[in-house]
Design a protein around this ligand. Structure first.
Ligand code: TPP
Ligand code: MG
Length: 891
């Protein structure tokens, strides 16, 4: 048959009808499965015949769950509506009041206004608390919807009126409420920090995965708890939001539910004015293997869809873009009639009997409790993959003229009196005009139907939420004997601190007490760090086990994936690994388990790459060790500019509860890790650790007598000079592998220049600075009391000579403590972009090798008039110092 054969339109129509009738027949007699099978067969046949069927991951722009599949709604709609009205009112009043008391204090009204139904269906019917034998669901609330969550806690009697009044006024008497979900600031309330867009979703994915990990390893029971992540549609533009969704489907995380509040707007304007965010997200999530449930239209659209026999309404729904839908929100019913339905006579006829008022009131799906209930119910019962609910809502819903659906609505923080009155009338809030101004918050009596209802619902669901566990059991720190091997040194054997770490980890893993609690996390770098022996020893976690014969099956260290594996081998994702670290490091709060994560990665791809997640980890109260491997701008040689880290320790300064160390020797590392476990898990301090590890091999010395305290405080004298009677003195400070350059410099100074130099090992500039600042502040606030000396001042007061510090990090580190030194501190460091070259060349380039340390020391002695210029002149030649070399800092 020729391709240009064309049959008449009439025949086309008959043919189409016949096919459709056949389909209806099969559906009625054999059911949906048979229809699926037939369609698949047809698709294959068409494909074979060369018919290119356009790809689409989308379904029509209507609700995924048709009306006839909706389960009956078990709640009392009227009471729930009234509760919701109270929440809307109090949430709005909280922001308005806060801004009245202090203009510009901020806060958000519109986001919660759009999400209220989405949250409330959860609170009244789904979110499980930590009672009745459940462990509780973990809910990541959209951060800037916090006023609504506070408003609910107020109705629940968990937050006082005074606190509501002090929203965003945390220093107020009686306590205030933090702007957003910050567990650091409200440790018994908030569980997850979510307000930095994108972090909530990725943390939720890894939380759900970590819950599975604990179950698969037999560390906790599966009580059917779910992880819910509420996020904005604008938030989906953050790479973190969608970046890990395939992990969730790959791992079949049916304990995970995303609810995306698609109000079509972000801060400045529409999320996709010229497109459709719901369809875009549907395609992305379906493509990634998620169960996608769209909740687009409310119940008043059902009768119209019923009438829509030829699909014209569905087609119209699908062709209108989001920017236009936003316009319908702000316009009246006549506009909707003309511009939405008016494009087609049949559509126009469909709404002929409806008034403009009725058209205007037709709800979006996300504001319809029964539609949202149906979606959640399907989500919690779905098995085999994670679910995302795409709920269409209106930003600023209920704000009316003062902001509903407008581009400015995100920033709306003030309502004038008339607008407040209008709101009050719309939601039937029983308060007087006078109260609106002075005392707007309203909570009905304890025995009112609203309070009784919500109290009963939360009781049935196992308690209030959000809330945090408080009965944390401390862990006993592993015995000193486990670490002692590392205090002895390696007797000449050359090893790196990375190798030492792996050995410490292996020993900890074998410890009968803490072994099972250790969670090694690695983003595809286990071999880089020499950790591959752990693959076989403790296994790589894989929910599915190992469905293949690994290529290296016959080798001792084969790639062993196993259901109860202990290592989290995350693949190349520092953000994902960091999220696992957060889930593991907060499991003392979420599950009452003192899991001890060790997350090891390329130090360059840590604090600067996932710094915002690190900040969130601090907020969340994470415990555990981040290990920046291959660190040091000159120690990781050959790798060049993008790999060589010489500044992560500076970034660590910014994280308030991060304790950072840059150890040089095995014993230092060992003392630091043991003390870290003690401080975090036995003493229950809210801190976490950052330790850099290096890959340069050298013999590890024995721990000097009495060094422990100094190691932990940040510095101690490692090696005094053997020369006694010389006038020329120097104090040299070294960190990490650069300590070896400093030790070499000590020798040269003594041998060639008659300078007696002591060597100090600085394990942590940050700790030294923190302590000194603390003392300085105390002195400032207590001038009338006996003034104290910082640790730095105490130990250096009597030290003679010039001070020179060198590390494989930027000069800002030694500079940050120099003001507490008795005399000037000369800093050497690795400021600037790295290069691919040998360690020797790099250390020359960055001026941190022994030559530059010697030369700097001699220069300092010249300036102090202790030696003559001529000595320095000669040294320049002997040490081959080039004053005209490139400045590494800017080249
Ligand atoms: C990483 C980050 N960037 C910017 C912001 C500032 N911000 C707060 S809310 C918001 C708009 C949110 O839009 P959407 O996700 O659609 O949420 P909606 O309020 O519409 O529900 C922005 C840009 C932020 N909180 N985090
Ligand atoms: Mg939005």
């Amino acid at each position: 048959m020729s391709n240009d054969f064309k049959q008449s339109p009439e025949i086309d129509e008959i043919e189409t009808r016949e096919w459709l009738y056949s389909l209806d027949y099969v559906f009625e007699h054999a059911g949906p499965e048979r229809v699926k099978e037939l369609l698949q067969q047809l698709q294959i046949r068409a494909h074979k015949a060369g018919v290119q069927i356009p790809f689409s991951a989308n379904t029509p722009y209507i609700n995924t769950i048709p009306r006839e599949k909706q389960p009956p709604f078990p709640g009392n709609r009227e009471i729930e509506r009234r509760i919701k009205s109270l929440l809307r009112w109090n949430a709005m009043a909280m922001v308005v009041k806060a801004n009245k008391l202090e203009a510009g204090i901020g806060g958000h009204i519109s986001t919660y206004a759009s999400a209220a139904t989405l949250f409330e269906i959860g609170f009244n019917h789904f979110f499980r608390g930590r009672g009745n034998g459940y462990e509780g669901d973990q809910v990541y609330f959209q951060g800037h919807a916090s006023p609504g969550i506070y408003a609910r806690a107020f109705l629940e009697g968990r937050i006082s009126k005074e606190q509501l009044k002090n929203f965003r006024n945390e220093f107020a008497e009686g306590g205030g409420l933090s702007s957003y979900p910050h567990p650091w600031l409200m440790p018994n309330f908030w569980e997850f920090p979510t307000v930095s867009m994108g972090l909530g979703p990725i943390m939720a994915i890894y939380q759900a995965r970590f819950n599975r990990y604990l179950e698969d390893r037999g560390l906790k029971k599966d009580t059917g708890s779910k992880v819910w992540a509420f996020l904005g549609d604008g938030e989906t533009d953050e790479p973190e939001t969608l970046g890990a969704i395939t992990l969730a489907s790959r791992e079949q995380l049916d304990n995970l539910i995303f609810v995306i509040n698609c109000n079509l707007q972000r801060l400045d304007g529409p999320v996709r004015g010229n497109g459709k965010i719901i369809q875009e997200l549907e395609a992305a999530f379906r493509g990634a293997g998620w169960n996608v449930i769209k909740v687009i239209w409310g119940e008043d659209w059902d009768p119209l869809l019923e009438k829509d026999k030829d699909g014209k309404l569905i087609k119209r729904m699908g062709e209108v873009v989001d920017g236009q839908y936003q316009k319908y929100t702000v316009e009246d019913g006549a506009y909707i009639r003309e511009h939405f339905f008016g494009v087609d006579e049949e559509l126009k006829d469909m709404v002929e009997n409806m008034s403009d008022e009725e058209l205007k009131k037709m709800k979006r799906g996300g504001h319809d409790p029964e539609k949202v209930y149906a979606a959640y119910s399907a989500a919690v019962n779905h098995e085999g993959s994670p679910t995302v609910i795409l709920a269409k809502t209106i930003k600023g819903y209920g704000l009316g003229e003062s902001g509903e659906g407008k581009n400015i609505t995100h920033q709306q923080k003030k309502l004038n009196e008339d607008e407040m009155k209008e709101f009050r009338a719309r939601f039937g809030i029983p308060i007087s005009d006078e109260q609106i101004i002075n005392d707007p918050f309203f909570r009905p009596d304890e025995d009112s139907s609203e309070i009784k209802y919500l109290t009963e619902r939360r009781k049935a669901l196992g308690g209030y939420l959000p809330s945090r566990k408080t009965d944390i059991k401390p862990l006993k720190t592993p015995d000193e004997s486990l670490f002692e091997e590392f205090y002895k040194g390696t007797e000449g054997r050359e090893v790196s601190t990375t190798m030492v770490f792996v050995r410490i980890l292996a020993k900890l893993l074998k410890d009968p007490e803490v072994g099972k609690l250790i969670v090694p996390i690695v983003p595809d770098e286990a071999r880089t760090f020499g950790m591959e022996s752990l693959f076989r020893q403790i296994g790589i976690y894989a929910h599915a086990g190992q469905l293949y014969e690994p290529v290296d099956a016959d080798s001792l260290l084969y790639y062993k994936e196993i259901k109860n594996g202990q290592i989290l081998e995350e693949g190349i994702t520092e953000a994902g690994s960091m999220s696992s670290f957060i889930a593991a490091g907060t499991s003392y709060l979420t599950h009452g388990l003192n899991m001890i994560p060790f997350f090891i990665y390329y130090s360059m791809f840590g604090l600067q790459r996932v710094g915002d997640l690190v900040w969130a980890a601090g907020d969340a109260g994470v415990r555990g060790f981040m290990l920046g491997g291959t660190s040091g701008r000159t120690t990781l040689n050959g790798e060049g500019l993008q790999h060589q880290d010489g500044h992560s320790h500076l970034l660590a300064y910014a994280v308030p509860n991060m304790v950072a160390y840059d150890p040089a020797f095995a014993f230092e590392l060992s003392v630091i890790i043991r003390n870290g476990i003690k401080r975090m898990f036995e003493d229950q301090e809210r801190i976490f650790y950052y330790i850099t590890l290096m890959n340069e091999n050298y013999p590890m010395p024995e721990m000097p007598e009495g060094a422990k305290e100094g190691i932990l405080k940040g510095m101690y004298k490692f090696k005094s000079s053997s020369m006694k009677d010389t006038k020329l003195k120097a104090q040299l400070f070294g960190s990490g592998t650069i300590i070896n350059q400093v030790l070499h410099a000590q020798e040269i100074l003594e041998k060639d220049y008659n300078v007696s130099a002591d060597v100090w090992s600085v394990t942590s500039y940050k700790e030294l600075r923190r302590e000194a600042l603390d003392i300085e502040r105390w002195n400032m606030l207590n001038p009338d009391k006996k003034q104290k000396d910082s640790y730095i001042t105490q130990i250096l007061a009597k030290e003679e000579g010039v001070f020179v510090a060198a590390s494989d990090y930027v000069k800002a580190l030694p500079d940050s403590i120099s003001k507490w030194f008795p005399r000037k501190l000369h800093s050497l460091g690795t400021d600037g972009f790295g290069r691919s070259a040998s360690r020797k060349a790099l250390r020359d380039f960055f001026e941190v090798d022994y030559r530059h340390i010697v030369y700097t020391t001699l220069g300092a002695l010249v300036k102090e008039g202790k030696i003559k210029d001529t000595v320095l002149e000669k040294a320049k030649k002997d040490l081959d110092i080039n004053p005209d070399k490139l400045n590494p800092m800017v080249s």
